[in-house]
Design a binder for this molecule. Structure first.
Ligand SMILES: NC(=O)c1ccc[n+]([C@@H]2O[C@H](COP(=O)([O-])OP(=O)(O)OC[C@H]3O[C@@H](n4cnc5c(N)ncnc54)[C@H](OP(=O)(O)O)[C@@H]3O)[C@@H](O)[C@H]2O)c1
Length: 354
């Protein structure tokens, strides 16, 4: 199959590219930063060999970009896996700019090229954050930007496309830049908890290897309509499925941190509790200060993140149908222990936990 992957130097996108290449697919990888691509494809790991079979397209989905690269895509493209997105930012506008505006432009440009007589499969990496909470809307700008992009796709994708919207929960695995700081803090022997019961907060999770298989299964399975998990969306003439893949058992905040500690040989972990009422003011102050002190933009606690941290649960919906349960129970192999272990191995190999 001929497959375009956006965000191919990212955590999830790089694993998708790697797996597709090892299965013999023809992969076109949209790459924004050439240096990152070179690091992936020239390192001496076995991954590097797989990256040599992938064709990079050095460009971006920047709203102000030329988008001329779309014209050069092959006429017989089978699949687009859209993983490019902004997951961490102190500025709300950045979420909307890339996750919504750039995604909308991508869909419109692809539509112009592939609208007629072309059965394109469009896989969109959304997020569990886009799932409406009890408050009926996503809690933060990140989730809202993803939800609005989903809605754009539902309204605007041509009827001959198949659209699969994937809403992963926390993704754990090698190359993850987002969880690295938590692993580092745990290695020092402590961890932060929000509020008195914060350590009992509950999460769904998935290992990146299981997620990649799930994503690829969406376009390699024999009957795409029968074995995927589906939440029905608003009436639409086109076939759109929303998926909530997750490892069958959930974890608490405490279990996750204890696992990180155990696998790093940390015998005692000191808990530092941040009062719930303090989290937002601290996070908003940091985000505001990034305007006058840009290095602060690397601080993982953002105003947007603080809203997510105040939620007690981040669980995939329990009403996802039994096909999903069957798929998860039979195919998701990576539990918390093995996911954490393989992540630490990767960080250690790259000297990131020293
Ligand atoms: N990680 C998770 O736990 C998780 C959970 C749920 C959903 N997701 C979703 O999964 C997708 C991938 O996440 P990730 O964890 O792999 O994030 P990531 O490592 O930050 O990767 C994001 C990718 O998007 C690319 N990108 C961002 N803006 C771009 C632009 N304007 N043009 C072209 N490329 C652009 C980045 O390029 P550079 O490499 O050049 O920076 C990077 O390759 C995201 O859409 C995210 O919302 C992730």
């Amino acid at each position: 199959m001929k497959i375009l992957v956006t965000g191919s130097t990212g955590f999830i996108g790089s694993h998708i590219c790697e797996q597709l290449a090892s299965e013999g697919h023809q992969v076109l990888a949209l790459v924004r930063k050439q240096k990152k691509w070179e690091n992936l494809s020239t390192s001496c790991s076995c991954s590097a060999k797989k990256f040599k079979f992938i064709t990079p397209i050095f460009d971006s989905i920047d709203p102000e970009g030329s988008w001329a690269w779309i014209d050069r895509l092959p006429a017989d493209l089978d699949v687009v896996v859209h993983t490019a997105g902004v997951v961490h930012s102190h500025r709300p506008s950045e979420f909307y700019r890339t996750n919504l505006t750039a995604t909308s432009i991508l869909v419109e440009k692809l539509k112009r090229k592939y609208a007629f007589n072309h059965k394109l499969k469009f896989i969109f990496l959304s997020s569990l954050s886009a799932a409406p909470t009890i408050k009926s809307m996503p809690v933060g700008h990140y989730g809202r930007s993803k939800l609005l992009a989903e809605e754009f796709l539902i309204k605007n994708a041509p009827s001959n496309w198949n659209v699969e919207i994937i809403r992963p929960p926390i993704v754990i695995g090698p190359r993850d830049p987002q969880l690295l700081h938590i692993f580092k803090i745990v290695k020092k022997g402590y961890y932060f908890v929000v509020g008195p019961n914060g350590e009992m907060n509950q999460y769904s999770f998935i290992c990146v290897y299981d997620l990649v298989k799930y994503v690829i299964n969406q376009f390699t399975q024999k009957s795409s309509s029968s074995s995927s998990s589906k939440s029905s969306t608003s009436p639409s003439p086109i076939k759109i499925n929303i998926h909530h893949p997750a490892y069958p058992s959930t974890i608490t905040y405490k279990e996750f941190h204890l696992e990180m500690a155990r696998e790093q040989g940390v015998s005692s972990l000191k808990k530092i509790t941040i009062p719930r009422f303090l989290l937002k003011p601290v996070a908003y102050t940091i985000s505001a200060l990034t305007y006058i002190c840009p290095p602060l933009s690397k601080v993982p606690l953002t105003a947007d993140k603080s809203k997510e941290l105040l939620e007690h649960t981040w669980l995939v919906p329990s009403d996802s149908d039994s096909d999903n349960d069957n798929y998860s129970n039979n195919n998701f192999k990576w539990n918390l222990n093995s996911s954490v272990k393989v992540t630490i191995e990767d960080y250690n190999q790259r000297g990131l936990l020293n």
